[in-house]
Write a protein that binds this ligand. Structure first.
Ligand code: SAM
Length: 220
């Protein structure tokens, strides 16, 4: 399995020059993290949804997992593709997040996906990117059940919206995974606050990943 993983992580440059996935241990660990989560939910009904596409790194990892496993799951990626909205007071930190941070256009992500997956048919038929702010796109999104929900959205209101709009669609046994949770010196304190508030009293089990140190919640 590891050889297939390493082959999948091409150590190269994306067409627009961003050095996206060099084959160092951080990126291999990140891939193993997503792949393990994917294997956990392989038999759970539902698609794979990412909110917070950013540079496309995690999206590309998730797409590789679907392809390598020959899964019928579809991959959805939601983002403004123009960076953060205005941060809330809950987000204030030394990181000083600003409107427009992480602005990467939809076209750049499409090119990166095609390049790294090296399979136009797969990308066209199995990956859907949805542009817009979550507040506008998620309420009307035509999604079926979700088996794996990856949230990497950094901000308080963004986490709140994603969880409120999507958690009900996560199947029992499905996983919600967060990029920003339980950091010792959090750059995005609003993320942790939103996650804690949302899951209070909910029937989920939190676990920590061995390869990448991130936390995820399994819906009971
Ligand atoms: C840290 S980046 C994601 C990084 C990405 N997962 C990767 O591996 O490259 C956070 C992303 O969340 C998006 N985002 C945050 N809040 C949003 C909102 N309310 N609506 C749409 N996109 C949002 C930003 O545009 C940004 O691309």
């Amino acid at each position: 399995m590891i050889r297939r993983v390493l082959r999948a992580l091409r150590s190269s440059r994306a067409p627009d020059g961003a050095s996206l996935i060099p084959m160092n241990s951080v990126n291999v660990g990140r891939f193993l993290y997503f792949h393990n989560l994917f294997k956990m939910v392989e038999d759970v009904p539902g698609d794979v949804v990412e909110c917070g596409v950013g540079n496309g790194r995690s999206l590309i990892h998730l797409a590789h997992s679907i392809k390598l496993e020959g899964s019928r799951k579809h991959l959805f990626g939601f983002d403004s593709f123009e960076g953060f909205p205005e941060p809330a007071p809950e987000d204030q930190s030394d990181r000083n997040p600003q409107k427009g941070d992480y602005s990467v256009g939809l076209g750049a992500i499409q090119r990166r996906l095609s390049y790294f997956l090296d399979d136009k048919v797969f990308v066209r038929s199995r990956v859907t990117l949805v542009k817009g702010f979550f507040e506008d796109t998620l309420p009307g999104a035509r999604l079926n059940a979700i088996s794996l929900l990856h949230l990497d959205v950094d901000l308080y209101e963004s986490y709140r919206t994603c969880l409120e709009e999507l958690f009900d669609q996560v199947s029992p046994g499905g996983v919600v995974t967060f990029d920003e949770y339980m950091r010792e010196a959090p750059s995005f304190p609003g993320a942790q606050k939103a996650i804690d508030e949302f899951f209070e009293g909910k029937n989920v089990r939190f676990e920590k990943d061995h390869y990448y140190g991130k936390f995820y919640a399994i819906k009971e």
